[in-house]
Design a protein around this ligand. Structure first.
Ligand code: APR
Length: 277
């Protein structure tokens, strides 16, 4: 891990130790699971115009090109498992130090790692949605149709099935957006990990936390527009930095609880001994 000082890890852990924190994640937390991000040099958008393969217009006008692109994503996801970045965020939530994860990812890996409160801003790739009648089915309906060389269609009405994700030109799910903004505003700390923070409206959420008097921690390989506004910026791999922060936060919480016991202000029953990573 380069350019990350133990002091910065401790500073981030200390901020999280106060509770009322939320994480916001992007594709960078899943690259260690073998899923490319979008805007890095080897990312999905390298040499690809997203409007031609991932917009609502592309889906409607050229579904073959749309699915030629999405088939690769759906198949890759099938083999992906959570990595230590997902596991660390789930551990922070179990330890009571994170109230939830707001994610731009559609891969479901936070839930697979054990995060209980996940807000999916851009939908999910576990399900297929009929654009005609709104029926929702497992993503296998799309995978199986593509494997047999046909476009996926709804059993009930015959319209095309779309991955249950938010395409360019589409609105975010209203409930998810409302939940995300209210959590961002209610949080003392927002831990942003693995996002270029270039895509609105998700990229507005750290500002919501700052505007409400909170602080932001950024964990990312490359610079982001929030680095100068962040209380702590950690440049490097999320799959190494987040476990280090989670371990430091757990150690600090245990030490604080032990101090309370020694001072007679707490009881041994109040110490949380559950593993955090
Ligand atoms: N650890 C930390 N950061 C990483 C890692 C890693 N292992 N791997 C990549 N990154 C960083 C990259 O440097 C990049 O800045 O993660 C960031 C990912 O940014 P994007 O590719 O822009 O992904 P994201 O921010 O999630 O994109 C938002 O854009 O087109 C879309 O809908 C798609 O949800 C996505 C949205």
């Amino acid at each position: 891990m380069t350019a990350v000082s133990p002091t910065d890890i401790l500073a981030a852990a200390k901020l999280l130790g106060g509770g009322r924190a939320v994480a916001m994640t992007g594709a960078g937390v899943s690259t260690a699971s073998g899923l490319p991000d979008f805007r890095s040099s080897g990312g999905f958008w390298a040499g690809v115009d997203p409007m031609k393969v991932a917009s609502r217009t592309a889906f409607e006008r050229t579904p073959e090109a749309f699915y030629a692109f999405y088939r690769r994503r759906i198949d890759t996801l099938d083999r992906a498992a959570p990595n230590p970045a997902h596991v660390a965020l789930a551990a922070l939530e179990r330890a009571g130090l994170l109230d939830g994860v707001i994610t731009q990812n559609v891969d479901g890996l936070h839930q697979a790692a054990g995060s209980a409160h996940v807000i999916e801003l851009h939908g999910n790739l576990r399900e297929a949605l009929c654009v005609g009648c709104g029926t929702v089915r497992p993503i296998a309906a799309i995978r199986d149709a593509l494997a047999s060389g046909t476009l996926p269609r709804c059993d009930s009405c015959g319209a095309l099935l779309k991955p249950h994700i938010v395409l360019f030109e589409e609105m975010l799910p209203q409930g998810a957006w409302a939940a995300a903004t209210s959590l961002a505003r209610a949080s003392r700390v927002m831990l942003v990990a693995g996002s270029s923070l270039q895509v609105t409206p998700a990229s507005w959420l750290p500002q919501d936390t700052l505007d409400a008097g909170g602080q932001v921690i950024v964990v990312n390989q490359e610079p982001t527009p929030y680095d100068r506004r962040a209380a702590v910026t950690l440049r490097g791999p999320a799959e190494q930095i987040l476990p280090a922060i989670a371990a430091a936060a757990a150690a600090a919480a245990t030490a604080a609880a032990a101090t309370r016991v020694e001072e007679g202000t707490g009881s041994p029953q109040n110490i949380d001994h559950r593993p955090t990573t």
